[in-house]
Design a protein. Structure first.
Length: 510
């Protein structure tokens, strides 16, 4: 992912964070502010009207229920109890007049002030309604309930009066209740609401901030986790433990992150393996080309010699001893080509990865002595001084044939590169209790430091003319390397004060 895309994800995450928190805060605060404001406005505008309407309805309904109960009672004492219950429950005064407007029944007043006020109201109503007798007649004839609210005077409390005709007893029942002076209380309440409103706004802001933060925090965490996933960072998880949709979303996101991480890891491993396979294929192709080129080069000279000498013999160019010599050359070159082909087949098997060693226990010093016996004549011809420093009875577990091939190659190389009157030293040194090292050193020219690691490559020759003269194929050390690698042995070559020394380490099982 590019740097530009990463910056876009980070900017988007910041915008999301600000947007969600701010929107939740504004919406929550507005909802509460509108609710409280509406409540205050409605109370300010309609509280007084609601109070008067409710008071009126209560008196009307109460006097209707009283009338029903009153008609069922004949005893004056029970009537008195019924009236007092009504007056206590409705904070009202009951007056009963006959059809002519004369007072028939009224209870005593409990308060002198209330007595004077209500008595004055009662007298005025009785006076007004008895003077205008049509009101009584119409109320009785139509059996209609009448309710009025008195006008407010200077120092008086407004009252609500409800009258209902009782045709069963030919009477009119009055219920008079004072309306509490709520104007002053309403003004105080409105002033209180101003302070309450300011405090409520502050509290709403704080609670809205906490609420928006509480709601937006898990969403922000989910967004950050998703942004990290977009940046291929699956290390961070959503630490949200909730039994709701947000918690389920966090679990799903974590599950998705784990699956993507596993899939990406598998993809990386597959890509790495593919790259490794491609690199191996490239190296194999390079080795194949180099191998073909080297083989072509190695076979070019003997084929040319055999072809040239064979044509000369066919044409009768060579006679007598000369023809015998060139026949020997042809045979020698054919043997060299046969050895080269055998070595190439051997190397091919070792490098295939399918070659199996046939291990057995044997004494390494006995193997070395048996090999050296084969080369004593050749060393004697070059007057080479053989020096042995072997530790007897060192037993190892290895492939006899292949270790023999390794030591034989080291010794033939030593003979090949040792001048007349030189020396070859074969020794065994104990490195540790379970490890010994076999050395094959020869006097002679050093190996250049820049070429010392190349001698293990296929067809690598320091001196092609000398190698050809001695019959080398150029792949002997490559075979040695693969044999020792298959055994798991360490190996190497180093320049000494007097020449070159090859070595390899084996495990002692004594």
């Amino acid at each position: 992912m590019s740097i530009h895309n990463l910056n876009l994800h980070k900017d988007f995450s910041k915008k999301i964070k600000k947007s969600i928190t701010l929107k939740l805060f504004i919406v929550t605060a507005l909802v509460f502010i509108i609710f409280i404001s509406s409540n205050l406005i409605i109370q300010s505008l309609f509280f007084e009207k609601f109070y008067m309407s409710k008071k009126k309805n209560d008196i009307q309904k109460g006097i209707q229920e009283f009338k029903i109960s009153y008609n069922k009672v004949e005893d004056n004492q029970k009537i008195t109890e019924l009236i007092r219950d009504f007056e206590e429950n409705h904070n009202a005064k009951v007056i009963i007049l006959d059809s002519n407007g004369k007072l028939k029944f009224i209870t005593k007043f409990n308060s002198e002030k209330l007595n004077a006020t209500r008595l004055k109201v009662i007298n005025e109503i009785i006076r007004d309604w008895t003077i205008n007798s049509n009101i009584f007649m119409e109320m009785i004839q139509k059996n209609r309930q009448v309710t009025i609210i008195t006008e407010k005077r200077t120092d008086e409390v407004r009252s609500i009066v409800s009258a209902i005709p009782d045709n069963d007893k030919n009477e009119i029942i009055f219920a008079i209740s004072s309306l509490q002076p709520i104007n002053e209380a309403s003004s105080v309440i409105k002033e209180f609401y101003i302070y309450f409103y300011i405090g409520a706004i502050i509290l709403i802001i704080i609670l809205s901030s906490l609420y928006s933060s509480m709601i937006s925090k898990p969403l922000i965490m989910l967004n950050e986790a998703a942004s990290n996933m977009a940046e291929l960072d699956f290390s961070r998880k959503c630490d949200i433990v909730r039994e709701d949709e947000v918690g389920n979303l966090a679990k799903t996101l974590n599950f998705l992150s784990e699956n993507l991480d596993e899939a990406l890891s598998s993809l990386k491993e597959a890509n790495a393996k593919l790259e490794d396979d491609i690199e191996k294929e490239r190296l194999l192709e390079k080795m194949r080309k180099e191998f073909v080129a080297a083989v072509s080069h190695e076979l070019k000279t003997p084929i040319s010699l055999i072809g040239g000498y064979a044509e000369g013999l066919k044409d009768g160019v060579f006679q007598g001893d000369e023809s015998e010599y060139y026949l020997d050359v042809i045979l020698d070159e054919s043997h060299k080509m046969a050895n080269l082909v055998a070595d190439m087949l051997d190397l091919s098997q070792l490098e295939s990865g399918n070659f199996k060693l046939h291990k057995e226990e044997f004494n390494i010093d006995e193997l070395i002595n048996s090999i050296l016996k084969k080369f004593l004549t050749l060393m004697r011809n070059k007057n080479i001084n053989l020096q042995l420093d072997l530790i007897p009875s060192i037993r190892i577990n290895a492939d006899w044939t292949r270790i023999e091939q390794v030591i034989t190659n080291f010794i033939t190389n030593a003979i090949r590169h040792t001048e007349e009157n030189g020396f070859i030293r074969v020794s065994i040194e104990r490195k540790e209790d379970t490890e010994v090292i076999i050395f094959v050193e020869n006097s002679g020219a050093y190996i250049p430091s820049e070429e010392i690691n190349k001698i293990w490559d296929n067809f690598y020759k320091i001196d092609k003319s000398r190698t050809r003269k001695m019959g080398g194929t150029g792949i002997g050390l490559a075979i040695v390397k693969n044999i020792l690698i298959l055994h798991g042995y360490k190996y190497g070559v180093e320049n000494t004060e007097q020449g070159v020394r090859f070595y390899f380490a084996v495990n002692n099982i004594n």
